[in-house]
Ligand binder design. Structure first.
Ligand code: HEC
Length: 154
């Protein structure tokens, strides 16, 4: 009987621990920011890695537009692929716990949209479609920047 009570207490404690971990994983390491956004609190290296990723996304976006304007679809594919899911491996693993779940979803969706631009441009060779798809992808840039900023904590 006593053992039974003990194991129920253990189950309860474990359930609480799991709940706390999943909550932290969902919410991420965030704090309110005085500009009305959420501050995502990161180490210097994590912040630098994400900002580098951002500059690559900006470079890809410009590269896609420049190449599409010259009907150079091989270059559209190359530029878009540089920001696709294949580049995710360079993201530090520690970020998975610190980024809020909606931010991760927007980030992955942006990478998938770059992959989709690459796949579509390779087949359709249609610059109107490339520009339209990039414009939709860039709504993700606007949405995420409106919600979050990166703040260095140590
Ligand atoms: C999932 C969220 C998210 C998405 C999607 C996103 N960004 Fe960002 N980006 C951020 C955050 C957060 C910052 C830091 C802003 C701050 O701290 O004020 C940032 C910063 C940047 C910077 C500044 C880099 C630096 O070195 O300071 C650039 C450039 C940038 N983003 C470009 C883009 C472009 C282009 C896209 C879309 C193709 C994009 N971002 C999509 C979250 C995002």
């Amino acid at each position: 009987m006593k053992n039974c009570r003990l194991s129920w207490s253990l189950v309860t404690v474990l359930a609480i621990v799991v709940a706390i971990f999943s909550y932290k994983f969902t919410v991420g390491n965030v704090a309110p920011s005085d500009d009305g956004r959420q501050a995502v609190l990161l180490s210097k290296d994590e912040r630098n890695a994400l900002l580098l990723e951002m500059r690559t996304w900006l470079q890809s976006s410009q590269g896609i537009l420049a190449a599409a304007s010259e009907n150079n679809f091989d270059e559209v594919v190359r530029s878009a692929t540089a920001s696709g899911m294949g580049a995710e491996a360079t993201t530090p693993g520690s970020l998975f716990r610190k980024l809020p779940v909606e931010m991760k979803a927007l980030g992955f969706d942006t990478r998938r949209k770059f992959d989709d631009i690459a796949a579509d441009a390779g087949k359709s060779k249609d610059k109107g479609r490339v520009v339209a798809k990039l414009s939709v992808a860039m709504n993700n840039c606007i949405a995420c920047h409106a919600m979050y900023r990166f703040v260095e904590t140590d």
